[in-house]
Design a protein around this ligand. Structure first.
Ligand code: ZN
Length: 228
């Protein structure tokens, strides 16, 4: 399958019969990268981890006639929206067509997704589940965040993850890599795609220097595609 980095925490996965989108965010149309005409016969599955503006973009609603939406239950839709929607909360398991979906609890808002695609590849998308250690925050806050992040990631121990999308946010300064480090040391993934890095693509190069660096996809720009 082809996996394309779109913008911020947004990814597109193209399989034989479908297109999966995660946290598609166009930033007021500036990064509107999906042209439905490129996939004439493919169904869209559109995942939104939570309702924050940098993860849920109403631009996705224009595909209602060909999409199934898997939305965290805090996402607000227009009242007259008629599309096909499955609402999710943390710690659920469900099946939508050939997708086996599990959710984790985010320690920010909403959920993280684990999706087995067509019985083959397993994709993890963290949403805003992150080791949000802010320098200058109270020890209590940072300890709670550490606990909540590790508790959720530990639920994946022993699982085989093909692709993992995990935040590496440079606003966390020298702690930007804690979430990815913990994920790779505890669970691991064949391919790790950093996200939520606010266009600081150098983050990917830095993560490539890590002991697990060979698994990190070197994203150089929006629109980069990787064959998984
Ligand atoms: Zn976010």
């Amino acid at each position: 399958m082809n996996m394309t980095y779109l913008h911020h925490s947004g990814f597109q996965i193209e399989t034989k019969h479908s297109v999966l989108l995660f946290d598609y965010y166009t930033q007021n149309g500036m990064f509107d990268r999906v042209n439905e005409g490129d996939f004439p016969h493919k169904k869209f599955y559109i995942f939104v981890s939570h309702g924050h503006g940098d993860h849920y973009d109403p631009a996705i609603l224009r595909w209602a006639d060909r999409a199934h939406y898997i939305l965290s239950d805090d996402v607000e839709l227009p009242k007259d929206f008629k599309g096909e929607v499955t609402w999710v909360k943390p710690h659920q398991k469900l099946t939508v067509d050939d997708l086996e979906i599990e959710t984790l609890a985010s320690n920010d808002q909403g959920v993280a997704f684990v999706v087995k695609v067509a019985g083959k590849r397993t994709v993890f998308h963290a949403g805003d589940l992150n080791w949000w250690h802010w320098n200058g925050e109270s020890e209590e806050f940072n300890n709670d965040i550490a606990d909540s992040y590790r508790r959720e990631i530990d639920l994946l121990k022993g699982r085989e993850i093909d692709v993992a999308c995990v935040p590496a946010d440079p606003r966390l300064q020298d702690k930007y890599d804690w979430a990815v480090d913990y994920f790779m040391e505890t669970v691991g993934a064949k391919v790790l795609l950093p996200m939520h890095f606010w266009k600081h693509f150098d983050i990917c190069e830095k993560l490539r220097q890590k002991p697990y660096g060979a698994h990190v996809a070197l994203i150089r720009r929006e629109g980069d595609t990787f064959i998984i």
